[in-house]
Design a protein around this ligand. Structure first.
Ligand SMILES: Nc1ncnc2c1ncn2[C@@H]1O[C@H](COP(=O)(O)OP(=O)(O)OP(=O)(O)O)[C@@H](O)[C@H]1O
Ligand SMILES: [Mg+2]
Length: 282
C-alpha cells in the first residue's frame, strides 16, 4: 500500500469498513484498531505508514463478538482451550484489555484447524488463536512460545505436564526425518503427487492405479483438509487428491504433467563444470 489508491483498494479487498488495522509490532491488543468507515481506515493507515509502521489490514469479524479462542497444541492434539471475551463495548478480548477467560470444549473443526496450523508452522508446541466466524475457525496467530499461566488457571489443566510427557514420549519414540531416511537409496525418494481433475488416475483405486507396479508406494492421501494415512488398496482416487508417495523418483517425475519450459534468464551452465577453464587455472 504505497498511495491513497492502493490503500483504498486494500480496504475494498477485505470487504470495506468496518475493518481492523493492526500494527505488526503490537501486542496485548495495543495497536489493534477498529475503523468504522473507509475514510477513517484510510487516514489511520496513511498516518501509521507515514511513521514507518507496518500495518496489517483485516476484515472485521463482527460475529465473533469480542471473543477469541486460544488452543494449546502439543504434538498432534489440543491439550487445552479457552475462550477470551472482551468486556463492555470493547472488541479486543486480550486479558490486558480486561478480557475474561473460560475453559471451552472445542468443536472438532476448531481442534483440527489448531493442530494443522501448528503442523504447517512446524511446531510441536503452539498456542493457536482463532476467531469464531460464521464460516468456521479463522486463525489469527500461531504462537511458538505460548504463556501457560493464564490458560492453566482458566482450564485447571496441567499443560506444562502435558508438554513434559510429550517430550518424554519423543525420547522413547523419536520422530525422524522420513524424507532424509527414505532418500538414502539412490533414485528413490518422497514426493507429493497431485491428482489433476482430468487425470487418468481419477476414479481408479490405489490398487488399480498402477502406482505399485511402477514401484511407487502411497504413504498418505491428502483430500481437502483431511489426511488419510496408509490409505487402503480399495480407496478410490478423487480429483485434487494429493498423494504422499515413496518410490522411484523417475517414475514419480513421469506422473507430473510436463510444464511449459521457461526460457532461462541466467548464463548457461558449462557443459562440463569440472573441466571449466577458470577451474583449471586455480
Ligand atoms: N479481524 C478481527 N475481527 C474481529 N476481532 C478481531 C480481529 N482481529 C483481532 N480481533 C480481536 O482483537 C484482539 C487482539 O488482536 P490480535 O490478537 O491480533 O493482537 P494482539 O493480541 O495485540 O497481538 P498478539 O496476539 O500478537 O500479541 C483479538 O484477541 C480479538 O479479540
Ligand atoms: Mg492476541
Amino acid at each position: 500500500m504505497r498511495n491513497r489508491g492502493d490503500i483504498e483498494a486494500a480496504i475494498e479487498r477485505v470487504g470495506g469498513a468496518p475493518v481492523v488495522i493492526k500494527l505488526l509490532e503490537g501486542t496485548q491488543g495495543i495497536g489493534v484498531i477498529l475503523a468504522p468507515d473507509n475514510k477513517v481506515a484510510a487516514a489511520v493507515i496513511e498516518t501509521l505508514q507515514s511513521k514507518e509502521h507496518n500495518v496489517l489490514l483485516q476484515h472485521f469479524v463482527a460475529e465473533s463478538r469480542g471473543r477469541d479462542i486460544r488452543a494449546v497444541v502439543v504434538g498432534d492434539r489440543v491439550v487445552a482451550a479457552m475462550r477470551r471475551s472482551a468486556q463492555g463495548d470493547e472488541f479486543r478480548s486480550n486479558v490486558h484489555r480486561g478480557g475474561r477467560t473460560e475453559a471451552v470444549q472445542l468443536e472438532p473443526e476448531f481442534e483440527r484447524t489448531a493442530v494443522q496450523s501448528a503442523q504447517i508452522m512446524g511446531l510441536r508446541v503452539a498456542g493457536v488463536d482463532m476467531l469464531e466466524s460464521d464460516d468456521g475457525p479463522l486463525v489469527m496467530e500461531v504462537n511458538s512460545s505460548p504463556g501457560l499461566e493464564g490458560i492453566e488457571t482458566a482450564t485447571a489443566l496441567d499443560i506444562a505436564g502435558a508438554i513434559i510427557d510429550y517430550i518424554d514420549n519423543q525420547v522413547a519414540f523419536p520422530e525422524l526425518d522420513v524424507r532424509q531416511r527414505l532418500t538414502v537409496s539412490t533414485g528413490y525418494g518422497v514426493a507429493e503427487l497431485h491428482i489433476h481433475p482430468g487425470a487418468d488416475l481419477v476414479g481408479s483405486t490405489i490398487a488399480t492405479s498402477g502406482l505399485r507396479e511402477r514401484d511407487i508406494v502411497v504413504l498418505s492421501l491428502n483430500r481437502g483438509t483431511t489426511v488419510i494415512p496408509n490409505p487402503r488398496d480399495h480407496r478410490v482416487l478423487e480429483p485434487d487428491d494429493r498423494l504422499l508417495c515413496f518410490g522411484k523418483l523417475e517414475a514419480m517425475r513421469d506422473l507430473i504433467p510436463a510444464r511449459k519450459r521457461r526460457r532461462p534468464r541466467v548464463k548457461p551452465l558449462p557443459e562440463d563444470p569440472l573441466h571449466d577453464e577458470s577451474d583449471a587455472a586455480s
